[in-house]
Each structure stands twice: as structure tokens, then as C-alpha cells.
Design a protein around this ligand. Structure first.
Ligand code: G3P
Length: 214
């Protein structure tokens, strides 16, 4: 399973890239707004840090505006993936991008039928938001299982990119279900590595190492 980091914070991206476990980056308008920087500047800098798919989201909600932004994003760097919302205009733009060889990440997906439409439109990635479904007492990982099954049934090429990840269990469940990618906040990436028995075991090794004759 590929790990993308879900942030526009360049320090987090650098630190995660240094761990050697990051295959790409996803951003969205909320994450970029938090950075306080221009979207284009952030994406350009990310492209220099991570050699992998970098998702940049259009800000328009109409087809013409989406396509204008998509064509601009496609010129920025070969690794830029255009993020489009799962709306009728977004699906139309997805189809148009696919016909021009522009990679897309269709975002704000909350149902299997939405994911089915995105695959039929030729999306490169689909981003189901598991955390936001959990927030309203639905089971986000059930949606991932449904999408993986549907895509396997019809051999769709669209990659399942699990998004809105809130804790390590989302990551392991995504892997167990066969998702292609999980985009993970930096804090959760750090949590993946942590285990109290590792910490206590290492402390004991360090303590016993001192008893080894030098
Ligand atoms: O990639 C989508 C992700 O950033 C949304 O996460 O926690 O705002 O639902 P969240």
C-alpha cells in the first residue's frame, strides 16, 4: 500500500520524506489555507521534496473553471495530480482530464455509487473520506471495502486512496482491505511507529548494554 502524507506543511513533508516511507502528498484548500502561503508556491516546493504524485485541488466548482485550473496545474510539474470534487461538473472535468492524459484524484467521496461514477469517468484516484463518515456514526472503512470489491468486480483501474484518516487503525484496516493508497496526517504517521512494548524493550536493552564488558 502506498503512503501519501496529507498536509501542506512543508516541515512535516520534509520530516516524513526523511523517514523514507512517503510515496506522495495530498493537499486540499483547507490544508493550504492553514499554511498561509500561495497554493502554487506550496505545490512547487512540495514537488521538489517528494518525487511522487502530488495532489493539488481546483478551487472552482464549475466545469470551465475546473478545466482552466486543471490545465494550469498540469503544466506545473509532471507529478501533479489534479484534485476534483465528486460533483457532476467534477466528473465531467475528470473525463476531460483523462482524455488529455491529466491524472486526477476525485475527492469528497462518501458513497459506493459516487466511487463507481468516478471510476467510469476515468479517475486516476478516488478519495473516500473515512473519518468524516465515522464522525456521523457511519463506518467509513465499510465504504472502502465496498469500493475495493466493486472495482475488483469490473477491473476498474482507478486507485482507492483512503482519505480523512484520523488514527492508525484506519491505516491497518485500509491495508487489510486492499486499498491502493492511504493519505495520512503527519501525527498519525508518527503514531504508526509507536508501541509501548518497543519503548520498554529498548529501554531494557539500553540498560543491559551498559553491563556488557567493553
Ligand atoms: O485529504 C482529505 C483530508 O485532508 C480530509 O481530512 O480530517 O478534514 O476529514 P479531514
Amino acid at each position: 500500500m502506498k503512503f501519501f502524507i496529507d498536509t501542506a506543511d512543508l516541515k512535516e513533508i520534509r520530516d516524513a520524506a526523511a523517514m523514507g516511507v512517503i510515496d506522495g502528498v495530498t493537499t486540499n484548500p483547507s490544508l493550504v489555507a492553514k499554511s498561509g502561503r500561495k497554493y502554487l508556491d506550496v505545490v512547487r516546493e512540495i514537488c521538489e521534496i517528494v518525487d511522487g504524485p502530488i495532489s493539488a485541488e481546483v478551487l472552482s466548482v464549475d466545469y470551465d473553471g475546473m478545466m482552466a485550473e486543471a490545465l494550469d496545474w498540469a503544466k506545473v510539474h509532471k507529478n501533479v495530480v489534479v484534485k476534483l470534487p465528486l460533483t457532476l461538473d467534477g466528473l465531467r472535468a475528470t473525463k476531460a482530464c483523462a482524455s488529455q492524459g491529466i491524472k486526477t484524484n476525485v475527492t469528497l467521496c462518501f458513497s459506493a455509487n459516487q466511487a463507481l461514477l468516478a471510476a467510469k469517468a476515468g479517475a486516476t484516484y478516488i478519495s473516500p473520506f473515512v473519518g468524516r463518515l465515522d464522525d456521523i456514526s457511519e463506518n467509513g472503512m465499510d465504504l472502502i471495502g465496498d469500493i475495493v470489491t466493486i472495482y475488483q468486480n469490473y477491473d476498474f483501474r482507478t486507485q482507492v486512496l483512503v482519505a480523512s484518516v484520523r488514527h492508525p487503525i484506519h491505516v491497518s484496516q485500509a491495508a487489510l482491505l486492499g486499498a491502493d493508497v492511504c493519505t495520512i496526517p503527519y501525527k498519525v504517521i508518527e503514531q504508526l511507529a509507536k508501541h509501548p512494548l518497543t519503548d520498554s524493550g529498548l529501554a531494557k536493552f539500553v540498560e543491559d548494554a551498559r553491563k556488557i564488558p567493553r
